[in-house]
Design a protein around this ligand. Structure first.
Ligand SMILES: O=C(O)CCC(=O)C(=O)O
Ligand SMILES: [Fe+2]
Length: 378
């Protein structure tokens, strides 16, 4: 079953979390009321719908790229596997990463194309991809998709830069495409028949039907994620609750969310929210699930720390977070103080998170803990 053919609608009888709808065309036009909406979404849930983004055609081409990749024999795909050294680019086999502390395996496959490789095509920056991707899709599809998605994310970064009171270019220079980065385009695939695989140890006890997780609970590693999905499965854990809610896919609406880098740069003003992926719900359950994400991540050498020296607003947020923490009894590892300056570059942060998710690197629950980002912030 192809991702673009008919599938049942997202069910009406399951709890969903409404996201704020942001009109990209209005953001481009400088409409401050629209930026207010973006700011509201970014500082509260950290997720929003983005309409009128203009990347729909390129996104469809990327889904075709994903289908062509996943149709290859496993043996062929494995030649391009991301491996266990903390590299993200390439193919990720089903079951290769943990979905939680107990070491349950994921049931999702994906192909990650480095933005640097797409920009530089036909030159190679990080690696090559399967010949069908390299020859039929890199230049015609991946490159324009990555260019347009980068532009959309840059416009959003510019709006955040202004609202955060940062000097012009403070975020832009940390996302300069002339520097190598972990930015990448990802097509994910959950085969309908894969849902019985893996195990359910990390699935929530609150749900009557124990589910295998496609992707375990996580925050995104970079700055901004720009997601195109068709079937349900994505869930968010809204702040201050312990209930997971589905996010309903809406045609023509991408789903955007902030990652750890923006939470850290902003001293916690912007939210990198926990989310996870389940197999599709309701009548969609017997259908293959495809999604496409473009992740914008800072340049590899950029230090992940709060930009307090560049913005009084961020400086105040840092002070407040540290004051709150000094009154807390269980500060844990990833304290507000540690996150003010993680001591890691974006490249190191990314590598550590990827490497410690890999099942082959797992020693015990501590490996999962080592893969965490801002999830375990106090
Ligand atoms: O497939 C989705 O809906 C979300 C994927 C995701 O969260 C990720 O790849 O980080
Ligand atoms: Fe994610």
């Amino acid at each position: 079953m192809s991702r673009s053919t008919e599938h049942p609608p997202f069910p009406d009888d399951i709890p969903t979390h409404p996201l704020i709808v942001v009109d990209y065309a209005r953001i481009v036009a400088g409409d401050e009321a629209e930026v207010d909406k973006l700011w509201d979404a970014a500082t509260n849930l950290g997720f929003w719908y983005l309409k009128n983004h203009g990347v729909e055609v390129e996104a469809n081409g990327m889904f075709d790229m994903g289908e062509a990749t996943m149709a290859l024999p496993l043996e062929e795909k494995m030649k391009y596997e991301q491996g266990d050294d903390g590299n993200s680019f390439g193919y990720k086999a089903r079951g290769a990463i943990a979905t939680g502390a107990s070491g349950a395996r994921d049931i999702i496959e994906f192909i990650n194309i480095g933005a640097d490789d797409a920009h530089a095509y036909p030159d190679v920056v990080h690696r090559t991809y399967p010949p069908v991707v390299q020859n039929d899709f890199m230049g015609r599809v991946a490159q324009p998709f990555v260019r347009k998605s980068t532009e959309v994310n840059n416009v959003l970064l510019r709006a955040f830069e202004r609202r955060l009171g940062l000097p012009d270019g403070a975020l832009a220079k940390r996302h300069d495409v002339r520097e190598n980065s972990g930015s990448e385009a990802r097509v994910t695939y959950v085969k309908a028949s894969a849902r019985g695989e893996g195990n359910t140890q990390d699935a929530p006890t609150q749900e009557k039907e124990k589910e295998t997780l496609a992707i375990g609970a996580h925050t995104d590693f970079g700055s901004l994620s720009f997601l195109h999905n068709r079937l349900g499965g994505l869930q968010v854990l809204p702040p201050g609750t312990d209930q997971w809610f589905y996010v309903r896919p809406i045609p023509g609406h991408a789903i955007c969310n902030l990652g750890d880098a923006m939470a850290i740069f902003s001293g916690g003003i912007l939210r990198s929210n926990i989310h996870r992926v389940l197999p599709p719900p309701g009548a969609q359950r017997n259908f293959d699930r495809w999604s496409l994400v473009f992740f914008t991540r800072p340049g590899d050498s950029v230090v992940l720390k709060a930009l307090a020296d560049e913005s009084p607003l961020i400086a105040r947020a840092v002070e407040t977070a540290q004051r709150k923490e000094s009154g807390s009894t269980s500060p844990g590892n990833n304290t507000a103080t540690n996150l003010v300056n993680t001591g890691e570059t974006a490249g190191e942060w990314f590598k550590r998170r990827i490497m410690n998710q890999r099942i082959n690197n797992r020693k015990g629950p501590e490996t999962w803990a080592a893969s965490r980002g801002t999830e375990i912030r106090v």
